[in-house]
Design a protein around this ligand. Structure first.
Ligand code: NAD
Ligand code: WQD
Length: 349
């Protein structure tokens, strides 16, 4: 299939492009560059070993989007393009509503005009809010904790309404838990702007010496060691799930909503210790106040994804830490670290 990957230059999108190419699909990327480096593209092309056209397009730019759908005949769309920082979304909610919701509406309209009726959407475990029980199943109650979470819930609902109105439209809502890790090559990975808000990139930056210590948000949760428990999933497992979901949706001709997690709860300190083992570095930390809005324990029941797609996460926490560390140590400044091949064109970000 020829797949339009919106947000394909970002963290999860870039890994998914490789998984798509690895299974014989053609990929075209549309990305505004709002949270991606131009250095991703040559690295991605090198790893993919095939041409990967990249278009700098903001989904809200309807003229550019229409032109893109007129240039290529797409079989399906994977939609990663969103702003994703929870704290930022509380400070600038309208920007998040505009980028994530208006962007999704513009994309759905462009798909409808072009007659493209297969969509894989990047949703999030954030749609469960603070779950009443764990592991979380897909039929758990949905709620919103912050403007970012609202954009994911609203987007799922918009897509659901479109599926109801158009009997030929199929969508896969993939609710990711906590994606971490990097491609085994160490050539692409997660490169947050500024101070990381997520745990794994923060640990990586402490281990590489870019930050002094990790602040562990809360040591008095009702969890085995008192720190927050989450379901970390290797980005390569996550990427593979997108291809499985896409192919299932087309083959079975049906829509779906599935959790993507390992089903295993891992505490903040578990992750710190696994990272120390994988990297051979110490990760100094101090336990501080809880972060407002954090739940004690959130992890998936991933059995529906296994039942429908035959998909199951393969990588454990040690592999997640090993690959995150390889990426971080090979690229201490993320994509600003030039590889030998890129070194001649200095001055680029
Ligand atoms: P990312 O920021 O690395 O990737 C998103 C990409 O989309 C970036 O390259 C950005 O430049 C692009 N983009 C944003 N708005 C755009 C727009 N209007 N038009 C075109 N391109 C645009 O984020 P990620 O971690 O790869 O996340 C991918 C998706 O998965 C997002 O939708 C995110 O909300 C969702 N998600 C992420 C996590 C996580 O922890 N990383 C968890 C659950 C869900
Ligand atoms: C994990 C654990 C923190 C940083 C967020 C979004 C969610 C989804 C994934 C997109 C928690 C603790 C963290 C630090 C810490 N994103 N922590 N020190 O909060 O589960 O989920 O990212 O959809 O919507 O809310 O992930 O990585 O921020 O935190 O102690 O410096 O690590 O308290 O227990 P979270 P996280």
């Amino acid at each position: 299939m020829r797949i339009l990957v919106c947000g394909g230059a970002g963290y999860i999108g870039s890994h998914t492009c490789l998984a798509l190419v690895g299974r014989g699909h053609q990929v075209v990327i549309a990305d505004s560059g709002v949270n991606s480096s131009p250095r991703v593209v040559p690295r991605l092309r090198r790893l993919a070993g095939v041409p990967v056209p990249v278009h700098r397009v903001d989904l809200r730019d309807r003229v550019a989007l229409t032109a893109l759908f007129a240039t290529y005949r797409f079989d399906a769309v994977l939609h990663f393009a969103a702003l994703k920082a929870v704290g930022d979304s509380c400070r600038r909610p309208l920007e998040y509503f505009d980028n994530n919701i208006s962007g999704t509406i513009a994309l759905l309209q462009a798909m409808q005009c072009a007659g493209v009726r297969r969509l894989v959407f990047s949703s999030s475990a954030t749609v469960y809010g603070e779950p009443a029980q764990v592991p979380v199943r897909e039929d758990a109650g949905l709620s919103v904790m912050n403007p970012y979470g609202r954009t994911k819930l609203v987007a799922e609902q918009l897509i659901g309404d479109l599926c109801t109105s158009d009997p030929d439209f199929r969508a896969a809502n993939l609710r990711y838990f906590n994606p971490v890790g990097a491609h085994a090559s160490g050539v692409i990975g997660e490169d947050p702007c500024g101070e990381p808000t997520n745990l794994m990139p923060y640990i990586c930056q402490v281990a590489v010496g870019a930050r002094e210590k990790l602040r562990v948000f809360g040591g008095d949760y009702p969890t085995p060691d008192g720190t927050g428990v989450r379901d970390y999933i290797h980005v390569v497992d996550l990427a593979r799930a997108h291809v499985d979901a896409l192919e299932f949706m087309v083959r079975a001709d049906r829509s779906l909503t599935v959790n993507l997690g390992t089903g295993r709860g891992v505490s903040v300190l578990d992750l710190v210790h696994a990272f120390e083992r994988a990297s051979g570095r110490r990760v100094p930390y101090e336990i501080v106040e809880r972060r407002p809005g954090d739940a004690a324990s959130v992890y998936a029941d991933p059995s529906l994804a296994h039942e429908l797609l035959g998909w199951r996460a393969e990588f454990d926490v040690d592999a997640m830490c090993r690959d995150a560390w390889r990426w971080q140590s090979m690229n201490p400044e993320g994509y600003r670290t030039a590889t030998r091949r890129e070194a001649p064109s200095r001055g680029r970000r």
